[in-house]
Design a protein around this ligand. Structure first.
Ligand code: FE2
Length: 274
């Protein structure tokens, strides 16, 4: 919306026993873990469809979302229904009314696809290497590495300035319910990320490669979008680009050696609505 967005409430700080790359990987592209890792949380708060993802992952609609990567490590995972960002609100009605009342304003400003399909949908945005934000679930987060096996995670709630105060309050409360210090989803992820970090230190695990081949070779350009794009929220497309970017940084002797690429970058005309 034209009024922009702002962070709400206090900075919520939490120390987790995980390597910093794992939470970034978890959010940048891993829709697959939702119905398994968060089955209990989803049972408690899910009120709308999110590309068919549900407890147990018994179904998924790969046409209902995009995995967008290949932009210097920055990534987007987006549903395309214009409302599912609020799928994990027990009562999304006030926010759905806000979306409906302002939809045309956003279409006029950002075009049909972004206004109708992306604004309001579940959207995970990653700014490489350690900043992530999710419009919809409405959290904004930075991961500060504190060593090879520990991070300090800073989380804020986030809302559009044009929203009613009552809607902003609902967003802050739902963010605390779902992620952050006592959040249902973050407690699931925190345990798993710490366990993955610990297990990866084992001798046998260290002999094995990470297997991230889901949807390999099934990406390309989509009209009106930048990046190399794979279908759906369930693939390992974005994870591959994240680790590739990290490797590019690790292998470079100087900043000048870090490659720059923005695959399928938009034309000036397309960017007017991007
Ligand atoms: Fe998660």
């Amino acid at each position: 919306m034209p009024g922009g967005s702002a962070l709400l409430g206090e900075t919520q700080k939490m120390v987790l026993g995980t390597n910093w790359k794992l939470p970034v990987e978890n959010v940048c592209g891993d829709g697959y873990h939702l119905g398994w890792a968060h089955a209990g949380a989803m049972s408690a708060v899910q009120s709308m469809d999110l590309t068919g993802l549900n407890v147990g992952n018994s179904g998924v609609d790969l046409d209902g979302g995009l995995s967008v990567a290949g932009m210097n490590g920055h990534m987007v995972l987006s549903a395309l229904d214009g409302v599912s960002g609020y799928a994990f609100y027990p009562d999304p009605k006030p926010i759905l009314e806000y979306l409906e009342a302002n939809r045309q304003t956003v279409i006029d400003r950002l075009g049909e696809v972004r206004g109708k399909q992306v604004w309001g949908a579940q959207v995970n945005i990653t700014i490489f290497p350690n900043l992530q934000l999710l419009p919809g679930l409405n959290w904004f987060r930075v991961y500060h590495p504190k060593g090879p096996g520990q991070i300090e995670q800073w989380t804020w709630a986030m809302a559009e300035n044009d929203m009613l105060e009552a809607v902003k309050t609902q967003i802050l409360e739902n963010q605390c319910l779902t992620v952050g210090l006592a959040g249902l989803f973050d407690n699931d992820d925190g345990d798993n990320l710490a366990a993955c970090t610990e297990q990866s230190r084992g001798w046998r695990t260290a002999q094995m490669d990470v297997y991230t081949n889901m949807a390999l070779g099934r990406s390309g350009k989509r009209e009106g979008f930048p990046g190399d794009i794979a279908a759906g929220l369930v693939s390992e497309h974005n994870q591959r680009y994240f680790y590739r970017r990290w490797q590019e940084h690790m292998m470079a002797e100087t900043w000048a050696e870090v490659p720059t690429y923005n695959i399928n970058s938009l034309t000036a005309q397309e960017a007017e609505h991007a």
